[in-house]
Design a protein around this ligand. Sequence first.
Ligand SMILES: *[C@@H]1O[C@H](CO)[C@@H](O)[C@H](O)[C@H]1NC(C)=O
Length: 200
Amino acid sequence: MKSAQIIAAAGLLLASTVHATASSVYSGSGFGTYYYDVVETDECGDNFEVANTGQVECSLTQVWTLNDVNSDYLVAMNHSLLVGDMSEYCGKKVIVSVNGVASDLPLFIGDGCERCSEGSATSATWDPYGAPGLDFSYTVANELNSLACDDGHIEITWEVVDELIYQFDTTGSGEPQGFVSTSSSSAVAQATAAPKRFHA
Ligand SMILES: *[C@@H]1O[C@H](CO)[C@@H](O)[C@H](O)[C@H]1NC(C)=O
């Protein structure tokens, strides 16, 4: 009991430090699943090659697939909420916590998730057809919680903050899309996952 409280308190302390720089735009608790993986295409009995060719919702008119983004740090959120105000969410940093411990993965919103838009936003019960949460790459889901493969879903809390990691064309302007080079966290994402063509 004591140690659990200490861990929870440490988590809060860490979370408040992380959040000091950017304001929150969307937070919640629910379930994390996975639907693609551009780095490891065969994992947990699944092959993600077809999924990786899917168009991401944050690119309004340009054809831009998960393979084009080429980063396992892309995250999908409540589809209805996302399409209601794309510039508010697309490319923004997501801090995901498991058991109250915030991960430092440089995650960012890039796609819509149907399951995450159906059912009650406050439901605490897993339902594959409707439950609040986020949808990840297999690599990230497994990194957040190694039960991802066996259970198919993991319990998470999340906070999307007002820090742009990836620039999407949410308006159909035709502007180039890619990692924002000024942010330190995006530099990590770029170094590990971005294709060469983003370096002009
Ligand atoms: C998804 O977002 C819509 C629009 O804001 C909201 O009405 C709905 O309750 C949300 N669903 C979930 C599961 O969070």
